[in-house]
Design a protein around this ligand. Structure first.
Ligand code: HAM
Length: 435
């Protein structure tokens, strides 16, 4: 017996219907914000990810050597490919670039609820715009994409962090150079690992520096505990070069929160410095959306990554974006009963009185389908009772009955299977009779 590989899913029709429901909401919301769809390749040169995505993803790559001896990997995310695609056209591309994509990503993850090895992800990114207006637009799109399912601020929140503020904080605590990135990836783990594991990771990140690792851990804990902008400001000294940098950044925070309030999504935002993001390329505001019911897992994550396009060898191109997974979104919709109705049923089922009527029935079926009616019919013209049962079983709203009497008069009977009411219609009037 062959089994599906761990972490992979097979989609039966009802699963596909759920997935398509989610994709349709993502797609419609992105388009309503003026985003256009793109698609990067599934397989890429390995070093696109080993160099650009960061340590954590490196250990999760589905990598292999292809028959042409190339080191390749299935994509664990789409952002490096997006940066390459936009970078390659940077000279002539209309800015701001507002692109979205929906596709499958692959990460060799440890098995846990909500994390699979193959998952779909919706990405939306703005490139070529460095103002906070772009951060606001992306965060608003993330929230509205979830809201489009009818989800509310009591079901999910967006936690907003800031790598700029962290860099200033860590520099003022004596952390510098490459250690900044290492310490930030430890900060990313604060809520996820035991105190002992944290101490070990921090000691490793600070190896060779003068900074006391336990002291830094308690400073970081206190900093993470600050949940509003004014108290974040008070964690830093006033005046001097650092003071004015902090003032500037706090002003950015206030602008961003004001913009989001005006966009009508203020209720969803919680300032939270515990969010620093695990991927290596983030540079400014970073954010994650979490469900606030059930297990509280991450629905989406993103942030600003102003250096990635340049690091790939193209011109400087600021960028901000997010990725949202289908696994946790679909679990959440199920949990709160907002999965919508599954689009799997035909509008109508054509009931054929006898095999002699099949040629006429097929012609009618063809005309109706071309007119936009979703129509099913039986391959065997069995008794009426059996055909009605089948019409119910496939979930059709209407039965269209073509019996000997109707055929002689070039009409059909139409039965509304929900209400039981019946009427007659000439062939050409059927589509409008079904509305
Ligand atoms: P990420 O935080 O790695 O960011 O993934 C974003 C979302 O994808 C997660 O919040 C989660 O919903 C989903 N996800 C990630 N890994 C898995 C998994 N193994 N199984 C199920 N769902 C998963 C990125 O990927 C960035 N490239 C997002 C981005 C776009 N940043 C800027 N633009």
């Amino acid at each position: 017996m062959f089994k599906v590989l761990p972490g992979f899913r097979e989609f039966y029709p009802e699963d596909c219907a759920k997935k398509n429901y989610i994709f349709a909401h993502w797609r419609n919301t992105a388009k309503s914000f003026g985003f256009v769809e793109f698609e990067p390749p599934v397989l890429e040169q390995l070093d696109l990810f080993t160099e650009k995505s960061g340590e954590e993803i490196k250990s999760q790559l589905f990598e292999f050597v292809d028959k042409g001896e190339r080191a390749v990997s299935l994509r664990p995310e789409m952002t490096p490919s997006l940066a390459r695609m936009v970078g390659a056209r940077a000279a002539g591309i209309r800015r701001p670039v507002k692109w979205f994509a929906i596709g499958e990503n692959y990460r060799y993850e440890r098995q846990q609820k909500g994390r699979l090895r193959a998952f779909f992800q919706y990405n939306a990114d703005i490139l070529g715009e460095n103002s906070i207006n772009a951060d606001a637009e992306i965060i608003c799109l993330l929230i509205e994409s979830l809201r489009s399912f009818g989800l509310t601020s009591s079901e999910f929140k967006l936690r907003l962090g800031d790598r700029n503020l962290w860099v200033l904080f860590l520099q003022s605590a004596g952390v510098d150079g490459d250690r900044l990135v290492s310490v930030l990836s430890v900060v990313d783990k604060f809520e996820k690992v035991s105190p002992q594991a944290l101490s070990e990771m921090m000691a490793e990140a600070l190896a060779g520096s003068q900074v006391d690792s336990e002291e830094l851990i308690s400073k970081i804990r206190a900093f993470i505990a600050l949940k509003d902008v004014d108290s974040m400001r008070s964690a830093f000294p006033e005046g001097g070069e650092l003071g004015s940098k902090i003032d500037e950044r706090i002003a950015d925070w206030k602008t961003l929160l004001m913009l989001l309030d005006n966009m009508g999504v203020g209720d969803f935002i919680s300032p939270d410095l515990g969010i620093v993001r695990g991927l290596a390329y983030y540079t400014g505001f970073v954010f994650e959306a979490f469900q606030t019911v059930g297990t509280g897992r991450a629905l989406a994550g993103g942030g600003r990554y102003d250096n990635l396009v340049k690091k790939l060898g193209y011109q400087d191109m600021p960028a901000v974006g997010f990725g949202m997974g289908d696994v946790t979104v679909s679990d959440l919709l199920e949990l709160v009963g907002k999965g919508g109705s599954l689009d799997m049923s035909p509008d109508a089922y054509l009931i054929i009185g006898s095999e002699d009527l099949r040629p006429m029935a097929l012609k009618l079926a063809g005309d109706l389908r071309r007119a936009g009616v979703k129509l099913d019919y039986p391959f065997k013209a069995s008794g009426y009772g059996k055909q009605f049962k089948q019409a119910d079983a496939v979930g059709a709203s209407y039965a269209i009955i073509l019996g000997e009497d109707e055929a002689r008069k070039n009409i059909v009977k139409i039965k509304n299977l929900k209400t039981g009411s019946e009427s007659e219609a000439a062939f050409e009037d059927i589509p409008s009779a079904l509305k």
